[in-house]
Design a binder for this molecule. Structure first.
Ligand SMILES: [Fe+2]
Ligand SMILES: [Fe+2]
Length: 250
């Protein structure tokens, strides 16, 4: 396996590892995103067993020990499995995650205490980069789920939202909604719930210009339109399960 590096927005790099054995024959990618700044942040640690690959990839961008912040979408092995390996490799690094995630998992799991982020809190990385944490509970899955938004580039760090199969380009202006609907049909990875569509639709208020997708190509274009289209599809799924009617009756 190799980890490819591409700059998907100004000062934001995608570290991408393709695993052909997962969901063969299409395969599946795992992406980490590094936001440069005086205090660099990496979103997703990657799998523990891929730590060596990702550390070697990061070292092509900067000395790994310069890493200051580690964020992720929710508590799962691909999102944060290598947390403690990174904390050991970067002595000044600190994990940063939402209140639920810290209380439920990270306060215990991380070898150093995390920074607890309330919904909407911003980490100023210096160099003009500012990263905001947004709670998205149970969306697409995980009680602790959240996304991050880098304000200067308009980049939404989507985590598992827009998951798709295959090894596409690092950055596309093409459709990312259709392939994600197909992946949901196959994996059923989302914790479908009545609020899911509105949780995703609310992210459109940021009008992101780039969507940094964990499993798939990054997207350049009208991020708000893509989010609304994805939200509409989850509303459809919820309605088919009777969730919307149940919510209105409550
Ligand atoms: Fe996940
Ligand atoms: Fe993931």
């Amino acid at each position: 396996m190799e980890t490819k590096i591409a700059e998907i927005a100004d000062g934001i790099y995608r570290l991408s590892t393709f695993v052909p054995q997962i969901a063969a024959p299409a395969g599946f990618v795992f992406n980490q995103f590094v936001i440069m700044g005086d205090e660099p942040l990496m979103f997703h640690t990657g799998l523990r067993k891929m730590f060596g690959l990702n550390r070697d990839a990061l070292s092509r961008l900067m000395p790994p020990e310069r890493l200051r912040w580690i964020g992720y979408g929710h508590f799962e092995a691909d999102e944060c499995g290598a947390m403690n390996e990174w904390l050991a490799a970067a002595p000044n690094a600190q994990a940063a995650h939402g209140q639920t995630g810290c209380l439920v998992s990270l306060n215990d799991f991380a070898d150093r205490a995390p920074r607890i982020l309330a919904d909407g809190d911003v980490i100023d990385l210096g160099g003009g980069k500012r990263v905001r944490f947004i709670d998205t509970p149970h969306t697409p899955h995980g009680w602790d789920a959240g996304v991050m938004y880098e304000e200067s580039t308009g980049t939404l760090l989507c985590g598992d939202l827009f998951t798709q199969l295959g090894d596409g380009p690092a950055l596309t202006e093409g459709d990312v909604v259709g392939p994600s609907i197909a992946a949901e049909d196959l994996f059923k990875y989302s914790a479908l719930n009545p609020a899911m569509g509105s949780t995703i639709r609310a992210l459109a208020r940021f009008a992101p210009r780039t969507l940094a997708i964990m499993h798939g190509p990054s997207f350049s274009g009208d991020g708000a339109a893509a989010l609304r289209a994805l939200a509409d599809d989850y509303d459809r799924r919820a309605a088919e399960q009777g969730f919307v009617a149940a919510a209105k009756a409550a």
